[in-house]
Design a binder for this molecule. Structure first.
Ligand code: HEC
Length: 112
């Protein structure tokens, strides 16, 4: 009976750790997408692109960009140098900091 109690205790401790870990992962993900959306708004991407219902239509709708099969690398190149993929593109080059580029590309890749 005693060993059962110890096992139950250890099990609960593990459950608790996983619970806290889960919360921190979810929090990190939401703060990432909030950050990415801030950058996207600040840079004016929405003047040409629609994301989740709001934005312009000069460029393709990005609400499901993650389902396009484009890699994070492809997305980074697209933002930094759209002319590489679409010569003569009206999309301007955006000079984001590496961390911002990472966040925006990661966020777009998560939209499915
Ligand atoms: C002046 C309008 C304009 C702005 C501003 C703009 N884009 Fe674009 N974007 C386009 C157009 C147009 C395309 C389609 C490719 C082409 O024909 O040049 C495109 C394509 C893309 C694509 C590729 C979509 C696909 O799957 O083919 C991504 C990703 C993208 N833009 C992200 C962004 C992000 C992020 C920003 C802001 C940092 C941004 N764009 C700002 C016009 C714009």
């Amino acid at each position: 009976m005693k060993s059962f109690k110890i096992t139950a205790l250890i099990f609960s401790v593990f459950l608790f750790i996983f619970f806290i870990y889960g919360i921190s992962v979810v929090k990190a993900q939401t703060s990432n997408s909030v950050n990415a959306m801030k950058i996207i708004k600040a840079k004016g991407c929405l003047s040409c692109h629609t994301i989740n219902g709001s934005g312009g239509s000069a460029g393709p709708n990005l609400s499901k960009e993650g389902a396009s099969g484009h890699s994070i690398h492809w997305l980074k190149v697209q933002i930094a140098n759209p002319g590489k993929h679409f010569p003569g593109s009206i999309m301007p080059q955006f000079n984001l900091k590496p961390k911002q580029l990472e966040e925006v590309a990661g966020y777009l890749a998560s939209l499915k």
